[in-house]
Design a protein around this ligand. Structure first.
Ligand code: FMI
Length: 343
């Protein structure tokens, strides 16, 4: 997360040679958005992974680990440049949430949904109240669809989550490419697939079981609430889960086991910490503590960050790949962080 800003600027500016520096300076963002909101040509329009088992995702033709590391670096540099965004939370939470919500529509029984088609570009998924605020994340990444036109939305949005977790100091995440854009709007999943934060443990278990996760994986995934914050204008909920909201740690579990009370405020039911009244837990977070099967894993992860990192990494890869089948030669890639590359 920390590199000299001089170096950062040098790398960032030398990177953008296409299409012209004026274009970049005056708004790669705007042009990128224009491009992004058009339907990009779909090389295989007959693919329909949302109704049947997803077709095999092949390695993106001619692209190597180094090519994907370049995309990783470009995203990571932009994340680094926006470290101060969102009251100091940066973009780590936002991009992790996009990767999760793009993938969290998966239904294991129906073999439908998931990140494969990048369908969140379209209504009703784009306007699902559960996805409120994620247009900021999609817009953040849009310029990379211009810079790297061989990246699909599904690949880019899931890679954004990998960047966020790793650059925030989290575990290495196995990732592989091959998702393909779906532009047939009739294939966009209906709303209602994402969990509702006001519910109890039984409900959370039901939703994560639908996606193919067991209790241990569910608890591990929700530990990502160490990152970022809730925004009243997105979800109605308010505040971060802890003080180190731009660092990926096991702090969520440590704090969850401490004392919490219902916050008195003019908003949806949420909890605040007894010690400082500054941090929050959602009802579904508290459910991890109230349900003995979930609590077992909360305690394990609170005591052992390495265990949490291992379990989170495996569950997050599974989440990002749900609904996509890969060809046998499509191997996982592991990316170096900017720090590891001395960038
Ligand atoms: Fe969480 N989340 N989350 N979350 N999430 C956020 C923010 C947020 C829920 C609800 C919820 C997972 C699971 C679940 C993650 C990561 C993950 C918010 C506030 C809410 C209400 C959104 C806002 O901006 O107001 C549940 C209860 C329902 C969907 C739920 O099951 C999982 C599995 C993950 C990661 C794998 C992150 C990083 C954030 C912070 C977002 C930000 O903008 O900072």
């Amino acid at each position: 997360m920390s590199s000299s800003s001089a170096l950062r600027v040098a790398v960032t500016s030398s990177k953008f040679t296409f299409p012209s520096s004026a274009f970049v300076a005056t708004g790669l963002g705007l042009a990128g958005l224009y491009y992004y909101n058009q339907e990009r040509p779909n090389p295989t329009p007959s693919l329909n992974p949302l109704l049947a088992a997803a077709p095999l995702a092949a390695v993106v033709a001619g692209k190597s680990q180094a090519d994907f590391q370049s995309v990783y670096n470009a995203i990571a540099l932009k994340v680094q440049d926006q470290d101060d965004a969102d009251n100091g939370a940066g973009r780590y939470g936002l991009l992790t949430r996009l990767a999760w919500h793009a993938s969290g529509t998966f239904d294991k029984k129906k073999q439908a949904g998931g990140s494969y088609g990048g369908t969140m570009l379209y209504a009703p998924e784009s306007t699902d109240p559960g996805n409120a605020g994620l247009e900021v994340a999609r817009d953040f990444l849009a310029e990379f669809l211009v810079e790297y036109p061989w990246m699909s939305r599904g690949d880019l949005w899931t890679l954004g989550g990998v960047v966020a977790v790793q650059e925030a100091g989290g575990p290495k995440i196995n990732w592989r490419p091959g998702r393909q854009d779906i532009s047939d709007k009739s294939k966009v999943p209906e709303n209602g697939n994402l969990p509702d934060a006001s519910k109890d443990g039984k409900y959370v278990r039901g939703v994560f079981t639908r996606m193919g996760f067991n209790d241990r994986e569910t608890v591990a995934l929700i530990g990502a609430h160490c990152l970022g914050r809730c925004h009243t204008y997105n979800s109605g909920y308010d505040g971060p889960w802890g003080p180190s909201f731009n660092m990926f740690t096991n702090d969520f579990y440590v704090r969850l086991l401490q004392g919490w009370h219902v916050r008195k405020w003019d908003g949806p039911k949420q909890y605040e910490d007894d010690e400082t009244n500054s941090f929050m837990m959602l009802p579904t977070d508290m459910a991890m503590k109230e349900d003995s099967h979930f609590l077992k894993y909360v305690k394990m992860y609170a005591e052992d960050q390495d265990l949490f990192f291992n379990d989170f990494s495996a569950a997050f890869t599974k989440l990002l790949e749900n609904g996509t089948q890969f060809t046998t030669d499509n191997k996982h890639l592991v990316f170096q962080t900017l720090d590891e590359q001395d960038i």
